[in-house]
Design a protein around this ligand. Structure first.
Ligand SMILES: [Zn+2]
Ligand SMILES: [Zn+2]
Length: 155
């Protein structure tokens, strides 16, 4: 905590542009299967800021509610994934591939490593979590055939 960021970015076709300015809340890599599906990539690098600190300055992103507490934002023209919104925490996670300067990303954690793709070797010297650390919204099980999230019963 305490790191302030000022970051601009946008989608592949330029229809959507955004700017974030404020405290960085989380900086992490998520290896869950939902992030893999949503990005089409092996994992998702995310920089989380307060939803109030993120402004879409051009265009309007389309959204998909991937769970009861999560909304995924993307460009309806080119399909680029842009943000993961955690509604229950009022946070927006910016997908680092959408940043104009991806070097701003400095991952502090890997989460949901139970979903990690076999060939990915995590060599970062940062905390690694098989699921999610305490205090984060627990992961659900995703059914890719029905597209539904199956919330895990609380222990
Ligand atoms: Zn676009
Ligand atoms: Zn994820």
């Amino acid at each position: 905590m305490g790191t302030m960021i000022a970051a601009s970015g946008g989608c592949l076709c330029g229809t959507i542009r955004f700017h974030a300015a404020g405290p960085l809340v989380h900086s992490l890599v998520c290896h869950c299967r939902m992030c893999q599906r949503a990005s089409g990539a092996a994992f998702m690098g995310l920089m989380f800021v307060s939803s109030n600190d993120l402004t879409v300055t051009k265009g309007e992103a389309r959204t998909y509610g991937s769970s009861t507490t999560g909304i995924r934002h993307f460009c309806g023209d080119c399909g680029s994934s842009l943000f993961f919104e955690r509604v229950s925490s009022a946070l927006h996670g910016i997908l680092v591939g959408a940043l104009d300067d991806p070097d701003l990303f400095d991952p502090k954690m890997h989460i949901c490593l139970s979903g990690k793709q076999r060939w990915v070797n995590v060599a970062d010297d940062v905390p690694c979590h098989l699921e999610k650390p305490e205090g984060m919204t627990p992961p659900g099980d995703y059914d890719p055939i029905t597209g539904r999230l199956i919330e895990r019963p609380s222990a």
